[in-house]
Design a protein around this ligand. Structure first.
Ligand code: FAD
Length: 463
């Protein structure tokens, strides 16, 4: 056993929560180390955001080539996988570089608590021990397994679905949340016959029905069969594929496919060898950790960020909390404020949302107006042949302060940042309508949605 020097901040996990926390902590002058049991960059870099977006981009290029009847060789899915791996390697190398230049000590191994100020880092037969003043837990999450559909063989989690070496002929996706929709549509664009089973009334639960409708229409154009109110019951695997039995209301059905992809949510890595019980840290419902607004747990020198902390499981949420936790340790007054956290689905068309929806503002008793404009009348969208979708802005009826926005359409993932900034800055729809947007750009749709809201305010004020 090797006893290492003590550090000011120890970070466990090197995903978008952990590596940002370690970098920020070191930048603030604290001696910092990060422990990682797998690969630098975490789920996001290796089996999450980055590989999924690389394959999605490749699937769009593949579909475009096919529509133009250009020669596409049989190796195209292989090439997409090689491209994805190159993107992942580059991103992971970038994270290593960031940690090195910030002066963070990197420790490879599985972290488990010995006591409230000491962690053992185990790798095969070696054990190192490191003591710390403060610790930031950033251990992330893993896919939830259904008892009726245990992972293995032809039943895949998102991790295996991102690494198939051969394009499957058919795939049944269990769970129509954002990961199921993104990966299902990606495979359909490559040519796989995809069926998506969703237990609720609509896919992408949590998004308003009018936003989801254009995505469902495109899924159908891509040849995807979407079945809602469908509950997976059991599966039979054989040499050629599997038969998945499901219920829809009182009826029993089955679907045949080469593989099943189960995407029914993620479970926080707060159990097992980590040993949170040895430092007296209680986990809340579903294994999540509750903290104060500085990410501090009930054990004052222990902080929790990212997927293990309550709130949506998103990479940018993890990185945001990382900065707050590191700054809190350095004695700064940083706190988390979630009024402008964007949610994005990288479907076609893309979908994004920030702040309050119209329904949420009603539920909160805030009188609100909405301003809307569509991509169908936007010159840039017409030139791109991307006319599906719209922008909706929700604003306080009397002051015009922007409360939220939802976008479905091309580049919704990038466009939403302007609205996140608007909410963050307390901007009104008039501010947005009077901001000069370059022509011809997709951004003009947001300006026009704001103008639409301003007109509604004027009408309301006249009445
Ligand atoms: P993670 O990224 O999970 O990293 C935790 C790290 O801790 C891991 O590397 C793990 O090995 C390590 N670790 C765990 N326990 C220990 C231990 N005891 N000792 C040492 N190391 C340990 N989010 C988005 O915002 N946008 C997207 O487009 C998006 N797409 C996604 C697509 C897929 C297919 C998936 C699965 C997820 C996606 N996400 C996306 C979610 C995103 O990946 C997570 O929210 C994000 O990675 C969480 O970051 P984190 O730092 O909390 O944890």
């Amino acid at each position: 056993m090797i006893q290492l020097e003590s550090v000011d901040t120890l970070v466990i996990g090197s995903g978008p929560g952990g590596y940002v926390a370690a970098q920020r902590s070191a930048q603030l002058g604290m001696k910092t180390a990060v422990v990682e049991r797998s690969q630098v960059g975490g789920v996001c870099t290796h089996v999450g955001c980055i590989p999924s977006k690389a394959l999605i981009a490749e699937s769009h290029r593949f579909q475009t080539h096919r529509q133009w009847n250009s020669a596409v060789g049989a190796a195209t899915f292989d090439e997409a996988q090689s491209f994805k791996q190159a993107v992942v390697n580059k991103q992971s190398g970038g994270v290593q570089f960031l940690l090195k230049t910030a002066g963070v000590t990197f420790l490879q191994g599985d972290a488990s608590f010995i006591d409230a100020h000491t962690v053992a880092v185990k790798q095969q037969d070696t054990e190192q021990r490191i003591s710390f003043k403060n610790v930031i837990l950033a251990t992330g999450s893993r896919p939830i397994e259904l008892a009726a559909l245990p992972y293995g063989g032809r039943i895949l989690s998102s991790t295996e679905a991102l690494s198939l070496s051969k394009l499957p002929e058919s795939l049944v996706v269990v769970g129509g949340g954002y990961i199921g929709i993104e990966l299902g549509q990606m495979y359909a664009k490559f040519g796989t016959k995809v069926t998506i089973l969703e237990g609720g009334e609509q896919v992408l639960p949590g998004f308003e029905a009018d936003l989801v409708a254009p995505v469902v229409r495109q899924l159908s154009k891509d040849g995807v069969t979407v079945i809602t109110d469908a509950k997976a019951a059991k599966v039979e695997q054989d040499a050629d594929g599997l038969t998945l039995h499901y219920t829809k209301g009182q009826e029993q059905h089955s679907v045949r496919a080469e593989y099943a992809l189960v995407t029914v949510g993620r479970r926080p890595n707060t159990d097992g060898e980590l040993g949170l019980e040895r430092i007296g840290l209680q986990v809340a419902a579903r294994g999540l950790i509750e903290t104060d607004e500085q990410c501090r747990t009930q054990v004052p020198h222990v902080y929790a960020i990212g997927d293990i902390r309550t709130g949506p499981a998103l990479a940018h949420k993890a990185s945001y909390e990382a900065k707050v936790a590191a700054e809190a340790i350095a004695g700064k007054p940083s706190i988390i404020d979630y009024k402008a956290i964007p949610l994005v689905v990288f479907s076609e068309p893309e979908l994004s949302s920030v702040g309050l929806t119209e329904t949420e503002s009603k539920e909160k008793g805030i009188p609100a107006i909405t301003g809307k404009s569509t991509f169908g009348i936007n010159g840039r969208a017409l030139a791109l042949k991307e006319t599906e979708g719209f922008v909706k802005i929700v604003a306080d009826q009397s002051s015009g302060v922007i409360l939220g926005a939802q976008i479905v359409g091309v580049e919704a993932s990038s466009l939403i940042s302007e609205l996140a900034l608007a909410i963050e800055m307390g901007a009104t729809v008039e501010d947005m309508a009077m901001t000069i947007h370059p022509h011809p750009t997709l951004g003009e749709v947001m300006m026009e949605a704001a103008e639409n809201a301003v007109r509604k305010m004027t009408i309301n004020h006249k009445n």
